[in-house]
Design a protein around this ligand. Structure first.
Ligand code: FMN
Length: 320
């Protein structure tokens, strides 16, 4: 599920409440290739949300727990009540969630006043209890991850907290390299991520202020991590993730992905007038277009579409 065996780089699109709702997750994961994305947080208070709340916030549950472009979605829960979080996690998994992420990083004062988000960073035993209870409530093959900040006020708390979360059974730990008190103000302290990665035996996902390929290079170097979460930087440059992936793999310029071509081909469909042979005409346009792309760089997908004679079969040859 995660790169412990392969050491392949893993890229996660960050949850951003009020920004990365399902349509945005769909679009961003269609533009470039992500290994995971995470929902905005779902707040768990005294009650377990009814199914309709999960389905409204995570419509991907109706499509195998993945965005339409095939990226698995982790359902993020926020709260301080271990039992209710566990029941909610189980409910989400019963509806088709592929992974659960626990939010221990939200800095919003109203959230923190109600025992949620970064406030839990002050209580390592509660972090342990929550992760353990949720871990036990869902099947073993469902990852349960935790998203932390460095601490409430003291960045060095990240070591103690990460160790507690790891020993409770977290599948991986995402670390936003700032304290709660730092909010979103620069700088980030990536060096703490490296120290955490050295002290736990699960993958650590490095997060915070990766805005450019240079930031990414420095972050990868400083942390030694193989997994990264991009948030605002991915909105600023939706191709950043593919550039970073290519860089880590030692590859050259980033190829345009089949989902991206698919979007462009669908755009062509929209601007082409209705016509009795529209499907065939579009198929040959797409093949012509793909042929030009193939001259610059050999594309596997072109071999698949070049035999197709209808627009529908071109689209399906590009993948879902
Ligand atoms: C508008 C906004 C909303 C956010 N909402 C969430 C959230 O729902 N859950 C969460 O774990 N983190 C949330 N975050 C934090 C991001 O996931 C990420 O950790 C943070 O932005 C640092 O990464 P970045 O510098 O790549 O954006 C939010 C951040 C922003 C800017």
């Amino acid at each position: 599920m995660f790169p412990t065996q392969t050491h392949a780089p893993v890229f996660v699109f960050a949850p951003m409440e009020g920004v990365t709702d399902a349509p945005m997750r769909q679009l961003i994961t269609q533009i470039a290739h992500w290994d995971w994305c995470v929902t905005e947080f779902i707040r768990i208070n005294d009650l377990v949300p009814p199914d309709k709340v999960f389905l409204r916030k995570v419509p991907e549950l109706l499509t195998g727990g993945k965005t339409l472009s095939g990226t698995p979605v982790s359902v993020q829960l926020l709260g301080g009540n271990a039992t209710n979080l566990a029941l909610s996690a189980k409910a989400a998994v019963d509806l088709g969630a592929l992974a659960i992420d626990l939010n221990f990083g939200c800095p919003a004062p109203t959230v923190n006043r109600h025992d949620g988000g970064a406030t839990l960073l002050k209580y390592p035993d509660r972090l342990f209890e929550i992760v353990l209870t949720v871990r036990r409530a869902v099947p073993d093959h469902i990852p349960v991850s935790a998203k932390l900040r460095l601490g409430w006020e003291d960045p060095s708390d990240c070591i103690r907290n990460a160790e507690r979360v790891w020993s409770a059974g977290a599948s991986w730990i995402t670390l936003h390299a700032r304290t709660r008190m730092a909010g979103y103000s620069p700088p980030v302290f990536w060096d703490w991520i490296g120290k955490v990665a050295a002290s736990v035996k699960v993958p650590v996902v490095a997060n915070g202020d990766i805005w450019s390929l240079d930031d990414f290079k420095t972050c990868a170097q400083v942390t030694g991590c193989q997994a990264f979460m991009f948030g605002r930087g991915a909105l600023a440059d939706p191709f950043l993730v593919d550039k970073a992936r290519a860089l880590l793999a030692g590859k050259g310029p980033v190829p345009i992905t089949p989902p991206q071509w698919r979007t462009w081909f669908l755009g062509l469909d929209q601007v082409t007038a209705e016509h009795p042979r529209k499907s065939e005409v579009l198929a040959s346009r797409c093949k012509q277009w793909g042929n030009f792309a193939n001259r610059v760089r050999k594309n596997d997908w072109f071999d698949r579409i070049k035999k197709q004679t209808t627009f529908e079969s071109v689209l399906s040859a590009l993948g879902e």
